[in-house]
Design a protein around this ligand. Structure first.
Ligand code: H2U
Ligand code: ZN
Length: 364
């Protein structure tokens, strides 16, 4: 089988699912939507921005006049802590015994289930500069962001009511990001959400069978050919996973398998900042735009149990396909049957690898 030209399926061992790869389709003509990319010039400080230092937010709270990073509780949090929940929601399972919307047979089979969920949501401003993004920030400042993530993971995870901490960034309006000021979010909650729960199951099954980390073994395999490597340093590797769904999706893996940020050495934290810088610079250089993505960390749950099978990693999930304006749509077959892609992960890695290491705006 020729993976570069023949339609085939690839297995994602982290999520126990498949992706259909159709390399021969990459040449098909595109007559769909063409969006115009706007070259956006932003001021270093925007008096109307709710994330800039010293400005007031919608809630009326005023941001610190911060010089590096700034973290606050989300004023429109998707999850609320236990103490602010209404009496009604405190019931573990909200299944009314009888009522007009529930037929008794549904109750018998427990089809309609709901339960209260609690948590705490935070917003992190990566920089006081309104006009920067991670790829334009100095590595020393990204390193401070890594430290803030680590402190937040530790602080939130120490709360007995928090069993999972999801750190992420939505970058670009196309990803639903509400404000260009560089920022990320943290949602932390009582239950482990679906995707990290599936990753836990997969990593645990592998660990129980082989006594080793699934992702460490995967990295060792990739190291042999490096065909899917994008950038690497002494402590981290960014690669396009064999099972990538999004055209330029990447997985960032530590060379030493650790379960969460708090276990990283100083050198590994420096390395993480460096790999994020290297990778996001290449992303921006691909179409010479501020490259949109959703990205985030996956770490072990914080319920206090041991997770020897877990390996900390980052996913970068960018929507763009062939230009600054043509994105991949998850539609049709993807929504109804299976994830699918045209350009192969190896081709995507090759393109990203070939890009300059210096940001296109520098010296432009
Ligand atoms: P996104 O751009 O990824 O949506 O993140 C911005 C977050 O900032 C969003 O979750 C919050 C929104 O709820 N926010 C505040 O907490 N205070 C504000 O004054 C505006 C936005
Ligand atoms: Zn701002």
């Amino acid at each position: 089988m020729d993976l570069a030209s023949q339609p085939h399926r690839r297995y994602n061992p982290l999520l126990d699912e498949w992706v259909l790869v159709s390399p021969h389709r990459a040449k098909r003509p595109w007559q769909g939507q063409q969006e115009t990319s706007e070259v956006e010039v932003r001021p270093a400080y925007d008096p109307t921005c709710y994330l800039c230092p010293g400005n007031a937010r919608t809630s009326g709270a005023v941001n610190d006049k911060y010089e590096h990073q700034f973290v606050f509780d989300n004023d429109f949090a998707a999850l609320l802590p236990e103490e602010v929940k209404s009496e009604e929601l405190r019931v573990e399972s909200v299944v009314p015994a009888e009522g007009p919307i529930l037929h008794p047979s549904l109750l018998t089979y427990n089809f309609l289930r709901a339960e209260a969920e609690t948590g705490r949501c935070r917003v992190i401003c990566f920089s006081p500069r309104h006009d920067l993004t991670l790829p334009e920030m100095p590595v020393s400042e990204i390193r401070r962001v890594v430290d803030v993530w680590t402190d937040e993971y530790r602080m939130l995870g120490a709360d007995p009511a928090i069993n999972y901490v999801q750190i992420f960034e939505n970058k670009g309006f196309v990803m639903g990001c509400s404000n260009p000021h560089p920022h990320g979010q943290i949602w932390s909650e009582r239950t482990v959400p679906d995707l990290p729960a599936r990753e836990t199951r997969a990593q645990r099954a592998y660990f129980e069978q082989y006594g080793r980390s699934l992702l460490a073994d995967y990295l060792a395999l990739e190291e042999k050919t490096k065909v899917r490597f994008v950038v690497e340093n002494a402590t981290w590797v960014a690669l396009v996973p064999f099972w990538a769904v999004w055209p330029f999706e990447t997985l960032v893996l530590p060379r030493r398998a650790v379960q969460d940020l708090t276990q990283l050495s100083e050198a590994e934290r420096d390395g993480l900042a460096d790999i994020i810088s290297q990778l996001t610079i290449r992303y921006d250089n691909l179409f010479e735009i501020s490259f949109p993505y959703s990205a985030g960390l996956h770490q072990r749950p914080t319920d206090g149990a041991e997770y020897p099978e877990w390996t900390l990693h980052l996913h970068f999930l960018p929507p763009l396909l062939r230009s600054a304006t043509v994105k991949k749509f998850m539609v049709g077959y993807e929504l109804l049957a299976n994830a699918q892609r045209d350009i192969t992960p190896e081709q995507a890695a090759e393109r990203l690898r070939a890009l300059p290491a210096v940001h296109y705006k520098v010296g432009a």
